[in-house]
Write a protein that binds this ligand. Structure first.
Ligand code: UGA
Length: 424
């Protein structure tokens, strides 16, 4: 079994630490925040992630994973592998900012044992492996890229059941050593160069985002021509060259990855004098999707948003997470506020910052009481359990926009005078 240090304990780092522990490796997780480290050491999950607390509790007992906020303890651990999982935020130009990655590499250059491997899991643009190598400035340490394909909310499941594992390295010997960590996972394993691995990660997210833009555009067309978007998606997805997953229409795609990674890919290409018109169009289409939802809400509000009260169900960028980064729901709320509406929102777990300019209430029912229009912006399954008749009685006027296609259509259509579903 290998000794692994994980640097950075966000959702990727925590999942990597826990996943590697579950594969039987000895793991130490490092984060700069002592508060986060303390929580993890006490088997408390600082993020909302399915099955995480149970896994942390189990690993605590088996002493497979420990956590620290000092590089000294990481050094004492004498790891064979160092997984860099720190954030790569977007800078003003749309490029990924490597400050944290390079700082981690600098710190590791002081403590990594000879022949150890520094593995980049953070999503980084092509050429970052080389920059990490320079920051390490040690010829006796190897660099590899092992991009993650973890969805927030089901990250642990995705770690243990990946479609494929990609490892990029300068030599077959190094990629084999990284792939061996995953011997117990029976998925396809692909060894390649560092540059190809970096690009596979970006292309995957850019492709998925483009696919959603395509579906969202067609959902709008379905609405216009009276076609069924459910049947369209079923028909489209039944073509084995297309496949059925990742085709649910929504108000737009968001989160901490798709928007950032599509822009970063465009920025990388432009550094090389290349345009990526399809990905440009996917971003543009996504803006359109968000605007379409706002205009639908405006129509339901009687043609103007000024002075209207809008109830919002869902703030997270998708269900099963508390993450509101680049959330379509938050984006739409901001547009509603800018157009003079008052917003009352409910999310089962996500909490918006106090200064967001709207109120957050403690139940779906409270977010519908007294409002002019109710908009469903995140697909939390519990919204489908709310009684539409009760909701209709408590609203000021009965107008509902389901932008996530989560409410049972027949029941809501018969209870609500003005019921609209994205995609028709
Ligand atoms: C995404 C990728 O799915 C992961 O493979 C990747 O590892 C991760 O980014 C990352 O780069 O770290 P995530 O951001 O957690 O994962 O979210 P997704 O589940 O992919 O959803 C992204 C957005 O697309 C959300 O706004 C979601 O609501 C939307 N979406 C997703 C749809 O509108 N329809 C769908 O069918 C699927």
């Amino acid at each position: 079994m290998a000794k692994i240090a994980v640097i950075g304990l966000g959702y990727v780092g925590i999942t990597t630490a826990v996943g590697m522990g579950r594969l039987g490796h000895d793991v130490i997780g490092y984060d700069i925040s002592s508060e986060r480290v303390m929580a993890l050491a006490n088997a408390k999950a600082p993020i909302h992630e399915d099955g995480l607390e149970e896994a942390l509790g189990f690993l605590k007992q088996s002493e497979k994973v420990s956590f620290t906020h000092t590089y000294q303890e990481v050094s004492d651990f004498k790891a064979d592998y160092f997984f860099i999982c720190v954030p790569t935020p977007q800078d003003a130009s749309g490029a990924a900012n490597l400050t944290f990655v390079l700082a981690a590499a600098k710190a590791l250059s002081q403590i990594a044992p000879a022949d150890s491997i520094v593995v980049l899991k953070s999503t980084v643009p092509v050429g970052s492996g080389e920059r990490v190598k320079q920051a390490l400035s040690r010829t006796d340490i190897h660099v590899a890229s092992n991009p993650e394909f973890l969805r927030e909310g089901s990250a642990l499941h995705d770690f243990m059941n990946p479609d494929r594992i990609i490892v990029g390295a300068a030599s077959e010997q190094v990629s084999t050593r990284v792939l061996e960590l995953y011997d117990d996972i029976p998925s396809r394993k692909i060894a390649t160069s560092v540059e190809s691995a970096e690009l596979i990660k970006y292309s995957t997210n850019a492709y998925l985002a483009t696919r959603l833009s395509f579906v969202n555009d067609l959902a709008a067309l379905c609405e216009k021509v009276g076609a069924s978007v459910d049947d369209l998606v079923a028909g489209l997805g039944s073509d084995s060259r297309i496949g059925p997953s990742f085709l649910s229409p929504g108000p737009g795609w968001g989160g901490s990855c798709f928007p950032k990674d599509t822009r970063a890919l465009i920025s990388v290409a432009s550094d090389f004098g290349l345009d990526l018109p399809i990905i440009d169009a996917a971003l543009e289409s996504n803006e359109e999707s968000l605007s379409r939802v706002v205009e639908s809400i405006r129509d339901l509000a009687g043609g103007s948003l000024e002075g209207k009260i809008i109830g919002v169900w869902g703030l997270a960028f998708k269900a099963n997470t508390d993450d509101i980064r680049e959330s379509p729901a938050m984006n739409i709320v901001a547009r509603l506020l800018a157009r003079g509406s008052e917003v009352i929102a409910f999310d089962p777990v996500a909490v918006a910052p106090k200064a967001s300019g709207f109120s957050q209430v403690q139940s779906a029912e409270l977010a519908a009481a007294g409002v002019d229009v109710l908009a469903v912006l995140t697909e939390w399954p519990e919204f489908a359990q709310v009684d539409p008749i009760k909701v209709s009685k408590s609203m000021k006027s009965t107008a509902v926009m389901d932008a996530r296609r989560v409410l049972p259509v027949d029941a809501w259509r018969s209870a609500i005078d003005n019921f609209r579903v994205l995609g028709g």
